[in-house]
Design a protein around this ligand. Sequence first.
Ligand SMILES: [Fe+2]
Ligand SMILES: [Fe+2]
Length: 282
Amino acid sequence: MPDPVLLFHLSDIHFGVEDVGALDWVRREIDRLRPDAVAITGDLTMRARHREFAAAEKWIHGLDVPVTVEPGNHDLPNYYLPSRYLRPFGRFNAFREVVERRLEFADIALVPLNTNVSAQPRLNWSKGWVTSRALADCLAQIDALPPGTHALVTAHHPLREAGTRGTALTRGGTKALAELAKRNVLAVLTGHVHDAFDIMEPTANGLVRMIGAGTLSHRLRTTPPSFNELHWDGRELTVTVRNLEGRSTPEMMIHDVPEDATPPADGEDSGNKAADPQLRAP
Ligand SMILES: [Fe+2]
Ligand SMILES: [Fe+2]
């Protein structure tokens, strides 16, 4: 029997409005429990600002365990449209090596699935979209794993609604789930809705487990800051939602973040502020 695997599933840290106390607590838990890997399922930043990415880089590089990061809708440049279209993940440059990184262990692997697009034919661009190319990339990686390997797919947007207050409305999600159901997929790990969940989702090809992690930012929805601990013992995947204790959720709740009046650094936020389509949802 392979060694058990412990994974920390974090999401929606939103550097810029991060909960420093919650992050310190997670960091202490990482140091104490030494997970085999940390998977961060998107919305690393609040507004994809350079200073937010710098803070994210510092925190991630301070972790002494393997990390994989899936971008979220907040991580695409929002106000400088050329960057958004030409290099949507360009601001991850300083820690590019962890972005959409596949991590493999003895009999389990973390496999990325991108659910972000630069533009959408609907008003709210914060929602998810699994393009044919993104799905093909993910499936190819799963199909190339050694025989018998179980996949944990990491994505930002839940592929179908999970009953949370926040929504993902992911286009292409139903098809993606049906394709994943044909394969040796243990679960799809996501964020975006800022509340944790663990459900079995029916598809045309069988059930797929969908696991969501909460947020480590001040953008709380219905639950305190949290992350998920995933234990794989070679037969069963167990999820423990680790809530930060001692926080009163309602009084911490922020439904939207006020515009930061600080002048943007090196012109990063100049341009199309009116669009701001990413900030309408988690
Ligand atoms: Fe999001
Ligand atoms: Fe978020």
